[in-house]
Design a protein. Structure first.
Length: 331
């Protein structure tokens, strides 16, 4: 693998962006996309403290080359009961503050593993949040990530009963398996929002392009293209698969995809597919994880579907806010 300068990596990306008319720019340029994003993406770009992402455990039924975990690593213990309760309490406290300005409450589940292998824990969290919704003034947006292998009809019905709004399929994990496409088709008929979140991994190039018309036909709403992060856990595996890989440092180390994400976006624009596309790259991680956005940030009220900051999708029988934000929806 070859480490390239940040100037070279950024120059390539910015030049590629500049050559594609039709891209949209938000969050002071950190968010480059096509179409309205999932409501679950809102808090990555806004200084929203009402967001809880709960890792459920690192056990997984796949072994992706780019998985950032170390081979043979023992799954760490799932979060302690005390830790979970503290996190729940902090979110509840924030959501109940009478003086708070409107922010979407977003609850998601991931874990560096497969969340659907931890159904009891998932159920436990969901019961807690569904139970306190009457006190929250706004209904949270609930979503989870999965590699999709276990997301059959029965599982999807359980997720629907638990209250999930969105499911995000990591299609690359199964090498774009037909069975996972079938699960996605079921998901579109059961849940409000189906998203594909999979990395712009160069060895998947052909399968990524084959995927695009299928997503459009199935009615998938969003496509998030991640940028592979290089870690101690995956560096050897990636070097074996891509010995000529070029990597760069932008806080953490990332794989340069040689324009793959923008080749895909260009194709989506040309073919006029209906789903949104987000280049979920190092810049997104940078603004998502940075405290800087709490000091200054560009408003992102038009960025997401359903939950513009007016937040109608989150009001349960409440009076929607005027566009431009303000207080929480009042029941
Ligand atoms: S599905 Fe996710 S957690 Fe599982 S091996 Fe692949 S990248 Fe890792």
């Amino acid at each position: 693998m070859k480490l390239i300068s940040i100037q070279e990596a950024f120059r390539r990306r910015f030049e590629r962006q500049a050559n594609i008319p039709g891209l949209e720019y938000h969050a002071s340029g950190h968010c480059v996309h096509i179409g309205k994003l999932s409501p679950g993406c809102y808090s990555c770009f806004a200084p929203n403290t009402l967001r809880g992402n709960f890792p459920l455990g690192s056990r997984c039924n796949r072994s992706c080359d780019y998985c950032y975990q170390t081979d043979g690593e023992d799954p760490p213990a799932t979060q302690s009961r005390d830790g979970r309760l503290r996190k729940k309490a902090a979110l509840l406290q924030g959501a109940l503050r009478p003086d708070r300005h409107y922010d979407a409450v977003i609850i998601s589940f991931t874990g560096g593993g497969e969340p659907l292998l931890h159904l009891d824990l998932l159920q436990d969290y969901m019961q807690f949040y569904r139970g306190i919704e009457p006190q929250m003034n706004v209904r949270p947006w609930y979503y989870l990530y999965t590699n999709g292998i276990l997301a059959d009809r029965e599982m999807l019905m359980r997720l629907k009963e638990m209250g999930f709004d969105e499911i995000r399929f990591h299609l690359g994990a199964s090498e774009f398996a037909g069975s996972v496409y079938r699960n996605m088709e079921e998901a579109v008929s059961i849940l409000d929002t189906v998203t594909v979140e999979t990395p712009a991994w160069p060895p998947h190039r052909d399968k990524l392009f084959e995927m695009l018309p299928i997503l459009d036909e199935l009615g998938v709403k969003h496509l998030n293209l991640g940028q592979v992060e290089i870690t101690e856990g995956n560096r050897k595996r990636i070097a074996e698969v891509m010995p000529d890989a070029e990597i760069f440092q932008c806080y953490t180390i990332h794989l340069d995809d040689h324009g793959l994400a923008y080749d895909i976006m260009e194709d989506v624009l040309q073919k006029g597919y209906d789903f949104s596309v987000l280049d979920c790259n190092a810049f997104v991680k940078s603004i998502q994880r940075s405290p800087g956005k709490h000091l200054f940030h560009e408003g992102v009220k038009d960025l997401c579907s359903d939950v513009s900051v007016s937040g109608e999708a989150f009001c349960r029988g409440g009076i929607p806010l005027s566009a431009g934000g303000g207080d929480a929806c009042r029941p």
